[in-house]
Design a protein around this ligand. Structure first.
Ligand SMILES: N[C@@H](CCC(=O)N[C@@H](CS)C(=O)NCC(=O)O)C(=O)O
Length: 194
């Protein structure tokens, strides 16, 4: 049994998209950040760091977006959320992107808008004209999309400022699993800090 602790529009959106891509049944537990539910004792017992997402796997907590995505992609290979099985270099490129996203892109928002814009210049260059981050659609695209979605929604970059990311965003938005996730989370309400 899978349970996702989530707060709309936050990092947990990436895991939520992956669950919808796979189509596996899961329980969604709202852990609203604006209500500080992530600091409640019952949630701290699940994840002492008080961050979302946490994915419970038969009662065992798995934290960190990248790990939850990797777990889902590996457990449900039929969803094709990783490069071809056995493509070691392809898998390493997925890890490279997700490490870059988690360690460079994600913390940038807290540093300030200038740094936030700067990391997406890097991501735009890194993506280049490719359709997806690594060969075919993968969990790295889901991870990247969640953060770029947040950036677009907050800073509204000028059209053409990040042409490669903008194309990637459009391709992501065209995916039924992304639409399903955005609709479900918007219906609850984003309520995210600036
Ligand atoms: N390194 C974590 C970061 C998760 C994270 O920062 N989550 C934020 C929401 S986007 C959170 O839960 N913040 C609440 C808090 O820090 O109190 C991951 O990749 O999962």
């Amino acid at each position: 049994m899978l349970t996702l602790y989530f707060s709309p529009g936050s990092s947990s959106m990436a895991t939520h998209i992956a669950l919808n891509e796979i189509g596996v049944p899961f329980e969604a537990k709202l852990t609203a950040l604006h209500e500080h539910k992530n600091r409640a004792p019952d949630y701290l017992a699940v994840n002492p760091e008080g961050k979302v997402p946490t994915l419970m796997i038969d009662g065992r907590p798995l934290t960190e977006v990248a790990a939850t995505l990797w777990y889902l992609a590996r457990r449900y290979p039929e969803a094709n959320l990783l490069p071809q099985y056995g493509d070691i270099e392809g898998e390493a490129r997925v890890i490279s992107w997700m490490s870059f996203i988690a360690s460079t892109i994600h913390p940038a928002r807290r540093t300030g808008d200038e740094r936030w814009r700067e990391v997406f210049v890097l991501a735009n260059q890194r993506l280049g004209p490719s359709e997806w981050t690594v060969d075919r659609y993968s969990i790295a695209d889901i991870h990247l999309f969640r953060l770029y979605w947040r950036f677009v929604d907050t800073l509204h970059p000028a059209p053409g400022a990040y042409p490669n990311l903008s194309g990637h965003y459009d391709r992501m938005m065209a995916r039924p699993a992304v639409q399903k996730t955005l609709k479900a989370e918007a219906a609850i309400g984003y309520n995210l800090p600036r």
